[in-house]
Design a protein around this ligand. Sequence first.
Ligand code: NIG
Ligand code: FE
Length: 418
Amino acid sequence: MKKRYIRHASELVTCKGKAPKHGKEMADIGLIKDGAVIIHDDKIVAVGTTEELDKQVNAEEYEVLDASGKTVLPGFVDSHTHFVFGGYRADEFSWRLNGDSYMSIMERGGGINATVNPTRSATEEELVEAGRERLNRMLEFGVTTVEGKSGYGMDCETELKQLRAMKKLDEIHPVDVVRTFLGPHSVLPQWKGKEREFIEKQLTEVMPKVREEDLAEFADIFTEKNVFSVEDSEYYLTEAKKMGFKLKIHADEIYQLGGAELSARVGAVSADHLLKASDEGIRQMKEAGVISTLLPATAFCLKEEYAPGRKMIDEGCAVALASDLNPGSCFTNSIPLLVALGCIYMNMSIEEVITALTINGAAAVDRADRVGSLEPGKQADIVFLKFPSIHYLPYHTGINLVETVIKNGETVYHKEWV
Ligand code: NIG
Ligand code: FE
């Protein structure tokens, strides 16, 4: 058995307790000063102060990791991304800088539809290779679990290819990949006016294959003006649930359509974006226990108002933060950017931001029983920061403070600060 013992962490963030954390609970990250963690193989077996755990450990049997001067946290969970795709859309970014809007670019054939052909023409191996590099960049930021969506195929073959690439990546890469089917991500010109037919095709032709090969556990849809209506989304999500998929929804991003309310009606695990969510929608999400997954880097890149994260927390919602890494609206997986936006512009405390990036992210991908906190029985997914306190995260603004990443008990990333 491989035995490792982390001791003398200046601050050890546990995020322990029931998940997800709602409202005021989000501020309690179970912080231990001079903290320690015992790891056996891939699992955490004890967490406490160094003084407490020193008594349980025979140091000779252990590889001892000295964390003095460092902050130790659970690995981050990036619970909303579209990281497997072909081609790039840098041109759209410059058009937006010149005043174009995301939706106007989409309406003239850019946007999501512009990623379809490059993704169709990429081989599965090419998608795996591109995805592998992107997972490496995530790992450097301390991300140990990521959610990834299909949605750039718009045909059965390509959707399955994207999901198979992610399944492969889950097997070969240290970062765990949770997969989501997002067939109804956009409407190609030939499907305009026939959205319900397109959804029917997903439900009858594509999704049974996704289930058969165990390619995705979540189903998602882009509910938006000029994309999929609330009615069509409700039909899709209700049917997907009957097939055994857990639900996510891209809701109330650009226009207030009632996506938040819909997520509560269908019992989604999370509703994501929510920039324009109504007060009533927020209340219903809270009642129904739907996690609000907020994606502030997308709002930043699109120059939109941030989602009302502060209000959601004050109302008692469970909030997660995620990157939304994708080739269009938000081509970044920067955790320091999320920290900065969460603290500075969304008025979240650093404790709330940490909860949103760890245990609440884990709950948003239904993995809170395994990851997202440092507690006995959980996967040993652990991040060391170069600095001694969580307060360096927003203070050393935009800087990646991650020094070491442990995944399933193994050190998978280490940076020498020289
Ligand atoms: O979450 N809003 C819809 N889907 C993605 C954007 C994908 C793209 O632009 O390629 C999002 O922002
Ligand atoms: Fe998205």
